[in-house]
Design a protein around this ligand. Structure first.
Ligand code: NAD
Ligand code: UDX
Length: 482
């Protein structure tokens, strides 16, 4: 399979651009792949000799970077040069929710995408295929095309530039990005020009079976990405709503999930109740769908999807309220261990993590937090909570908690994080948390001690043995523990 594409430039070296291009380079050694970013520090981190310092943690990523970097995979801030060398350009920049102006709080902010289109228009040479990899509102391709065409007609004689625009949304999930990229459920390519679609399809066919490559019109492709995230998030809000009902009635959400998931029409995936969905995509993409629905005069459709986000917010807040209630109505001055800060396991990403809102609620109530996460840095936690954070490692203080008036501490050791606390709150499903020896650990806690397990990290079997110790347990959606 030969696509004729020799040189690719990806604009944006983030959670999508970095892993996506690493896998592409690994699968297509004959293509030179350049990942560019304005963020010089990020590029520097991608070029770190010490592979544990790559800016993104994903299982399997560092092995690929080690194999391909410097061969046909390059990370650079030479945006202009790499755009002009490329015959295919992926736009993989951030598209966060607008914070001000028209559509603030819902619409996607497309300023970075527009900036990319203008850079491509300015520097591209010859015929270039521009691929939307970022998640974009329906009809964004039109905007990109207009910018490119306006430029092409004004400088056509000097640069001989012409463009095709394709939509190729990314469906990877963080924590399983490499697996998702190497063996995707499907690859979606939306476009008008069949030749351009075939060129991109040929690249994917190096490792993806042809029947998994779906070709659609460009608008269907853009909308399918938003809809896919909305459906996934909707399942999580649905199961989380039922977990509250389980707690009230004596049912168990794990049993309910298993029972409904065996119906092949429903399916068993994405039915795990947790502390509420986080991550950079779900909330942003649903709000974008809400904005678009309102824009097209469909308020009922907008309201339907907005409830998925509202339920998620309510659910996170319900958990912090419940913790306060169980701890005799006040956490003021109490030490609480927070196990896990990433929005899910196997990533260092904290964007929209439920831990942020739950920790903020607890801090507001006056709690002292002792936080542990295997991959998230204390600096990141400090930034997310807008709090100074003291750490056992960086400050080299043996027991910092007794020596300051700060209310946020980071412990790289789980046992130290739990030592002396009234409660432990498990917020990320890191595997190590399911292996904690509670019979030992609980001896170091202040009595009466509580465990709040929002991730079902404590198995039914462990739960049975834990009940023998002097410990109170609350497990998400478990009506049998009161
Ligand atoms: P990110 O914030 O991690 O990375 C985006 C990068 O683009 C940043 O490093 C930024 O500096 C760079 N950038 C912005 N404007 C630039 C410009 N003009 N020139 C050069 N570099 C520029 O974002 P991400 O998580 O990789 O997401 C990128 C897109 O992919 C978003 O639209 C997102 O919705 C979508 N997406 C994300 C995921 C995910 O799991 N994170 C999955 C699927 C799709
Ligand atoms: C999501 C989509 O899955 C992916 O296809 C898209 O490209 C980007 O957005 P991501 O946000 O990385 O991926 O992770 P995902 O596994 O979807 O988890 C999102 C959130 O939902 C996490 O906070 C996770 O803990 C939570 N979740 C997921 C649950 O609470 N229960 C579940 O059953 C599944």
């Amino acid at each position: 399979m030969t696509s004729g594409i020799k040189n690719i430039c990806c604009i944006g070296a983030g959670y999508v651009g970095g892993p996506t291009m690493s896998v592409l380079a690994d699968k297509c050694p004959e293509i030179q792949v350049n990942v560019v970013d304005l963020n010089v520090a990020r590029i520097k981190a991608w070029n770190s000799r010490d592979l544990s310092k790559l800016p993104i943690f994903e299982p399997g990523l560092k092995e690929i970077v080690e194999r391909c970097r410097g061969e046909n995979l390059h990370f650079t801030d030479e945006v202009e040069k790499k755009i002009s060398d490329a015959d295919m350009i992926f736009i993989s920049v951030n598209t966060p929710t607008k914070t001000s102006g028209v559509g603030a709080g819902k619409a996607s902010d497309l300023k970075w995408v527009e900036a990319c289109a203008r850079e491509v228009a300015k520097f591209a040479k010859g015929h270039t295929i521009v691929v939307e990899k970022s998640t974009l509102p329906v009809r964004t391709a039109e905007v990109i095309k207009k910018i490119l065409e306006a430029s092409a007609s004004s400088v056509a004689e000097t640069k001989n530039a012409s463009f095709d625009v394709l939509s190729n949304p990314e469906f990877l999930a963080e924590g399983t990005a490499i697996k998702d990229l190497e063996d995707p459920d499907r690859v979606l390519i939306g476009g008008e020009n069949e030749k351009a679609i075939e060129k991109l399809s040929d690249i994917y066919q190096r490792w993806v079976p042809e029947e998994k490559i779906l070709k659609t019109n460009i608008w269907s492709s853009e909308l399918a990405k938003l809809t896919s995230n909305a459906f996934l998030a909707q399942r999580i809000s649905s199961i989380n709503s039922i977990s509250a009902l389980c707690e009230a009635t004596g049912a168990d959400i794990r049993e309910v999930s298993r029972a409904i998931g065996t119906d092949t029409r429903i399916g068993s995936k994405f039915l795990t109740s947790g502390p509420g969905f986080g991550g950079s995509c779900f909330k942003k993409d649903i709000l974008n769908l809400v904005y678009l629905s309102n824009h097209f005069g469909l308020p009922e459709v907008a309201n339907f999807w907005e409830e998925v986000v509202n339920l998620n917010k309510w659910h996170q807040n319900r958990i912090s309220k419940l913790i306060v209630k169980k701890l005799f109505g006040t956490v003021s001055g109490k030490k609480i261990a927070i196990l896990g800060f990433a929005f899910k396991a196997d990533t260092n990403d904290t964007r929209e993590s439920a831990a942020i809102s739950i920790c903020k609620d607890l801090l507001e109530e006056g709690a002292l937090l002792k936080i542990n996460d295997p991959k998230v840095s204390p600096e990141q936690i400090s930034q997310d909570l807008s709090q100074k954070i003291l750490t056992d490692k960086i400050n080299k203080v043996k027991n910092p908690i007794n020596q300051t008036n700060e209310c946020c501490y980071f412990f790289s050791d789980i046992n130290k994080a739990i030592d002396g606390t009234d409660a432990v709150v498990i917020l990320t499903e890191w595997e190590i948390y399911s292996k904690i020896n509670w019979s030992e650990v609980c001896k170091t806690m202040r009595k009466p001690s509580w465990i709040f397990d929002t991730r079902s990290s404590i198995s039914d079997e462990t739960l049975r043995t834990i009940k023998k110790y002097d410990l109170n347990i609350w497990r998400i959606g478990d009506g049998s523990v009161k």
